[in-house]
Design a protein around this ligand. Structure first.
Ligand code: FE2
Length: 334
């Protein structure tokens, strides 16, 4: 199948992989996979120069394909990854209000969600539950898992249309009402939980009144619990969003992520997401939604040095369970 990587010059070529590592969805590869042509781009500096010269073309291809995997580029450490992203002229997204514990590695590179290896992270748009979210995401493979640990990706407009065709009434209600997310935040980070970020680090303060003020700014209501944890309920947020550039609607929510994944000693996943009027999600509908996402998902196997560039409007991502060690790093852009 033809791809349009010719716009990038002759230093890279498109790579194709068999399912489930890459799929053809509605006549187009998902994701687009780029690799250096024979003998090209042998150092990270050469790679950075190439990226700098091709940034507009790369961004145009991201808009078309939704996700690009850069494979076998000479990016041997987190610093190279940081430089690679900066050559595209992106600005870092300040990570305030997200649910996962994270640490800075170098520059604007963060660790990804450090939740336990045996915990599946369901498909989501990054920070879909927050009023501000990163537009472009980069992930970098420092070391792949011994087993598992894929980062599944899902084309969001495609699954939106599929779910709407199967459950039109549910999608209509969802689009009219929007959803609320309910989460109980511990006082301090709880690394045993995928949603264990404490209220102190979420709101960057030790002062409960300051946390309350920040909740207020976000339109989030709160309640203090006896053990010092904070129960938060977001304002109604849209579950479907139209991409301002294309008008295409995206399955832009954490409905399944919350319904299946927001589980720890404090949180009950089935109560973690509600229609804005307080009604619970129907289990049989959630099964359909989950199956549709699963059927569309692409699971490529990470290789060291891989960079995954994700348009956060166009694709959902998640994380499969794995056997450690595994280190995937992230760079989130405004
Ligand atoms: Fe994520």
């Amino acid at each position: 199948m033809e791809t349009d990587v010719a716009s990038l010059g002759n230093q890279v070529t498109a790579l194709t992989l068999a399912e489930p590592e890459q799929k053809i969805i509605e006549g187009q590869h998902f994701p687009l996979i780029l690799t250096p042509s024979n003998g090209s781009l042998v150092s990270h500096l050469e790679t950075c120069n190439w990226v700098r010269g091709q940034k507009d073309e790369i961004k145009a291809l991201l808009l078309k394909y939704g996700v690009i995997l850069f494979r076998d580029f000479p990016l041997r450490q987190a610093l190279h990854f940081d430089e690679f992203v900066k050559c595209l002229d992106y600005q870092p997204f300040p990570y305030v209000g997200g649910a996962a514990p994270r640490n800075v590695v170098v520059g604007d590179v963060f660790t990804t969600n450090e939740s336990p290896p045996d915990t599946l992270i369901p498909y989501h748009h990054e920070m879909a539950q927050a009023p501000k979210f990163p537009r472009t995401l980069f992930f970098y493979c420092e070391s792949p898992a011994k087993q598992g640990g894929e980062t599944p990706i899902v084309p969001s407009n495609y699954v939106y249309r599929q779910i709407k065709a199967k459950e039109p009434e549910f999608v209509r209600e969802l689009e009219v009402k929007g959803v609320r997310y309910v989460r109980i935040l511990p006082e301090k980070d709880d690394h045993s939980s995928p949603i264990g970020r404490g209220w102190k680090s979420t709101y960057l303060t030790d002062d409960p009144e300051e946390a309350e003020r920040k909740c207020g700014e976000l339109g989030t209501s709160f309640e203090w619990l006896a053990d010092g944890s904070m129960k938060t309920v977001t304002k109604a947020v849209p579950a479907v969003k139209a991409d301002p550039r294309t008008g295409k609607k995206a399955w832009f929510n954490s409905v399944i992520a919350a319904y299946r994944g927001w589980k720890d000693s404090r949180n009950v996943p089935e109560k973690a997401v509600l229609m804005s009027d307080g009604t619970f999600m129907k289990p049989e509908v959630m099964d359909v939604v989950e199956r549709t996402l699963d059927d569309a998902a692409v699971d490529f196997r990470w290789q060291p040095g891989d960079v995954l560039m994700v348009d956060n409007y166009q694709a959902l991502h998640g994380r499969r369970v794995f056997t450690p060690p595994r280190r995937i790093l992230a760079w989130l852009c405004v």
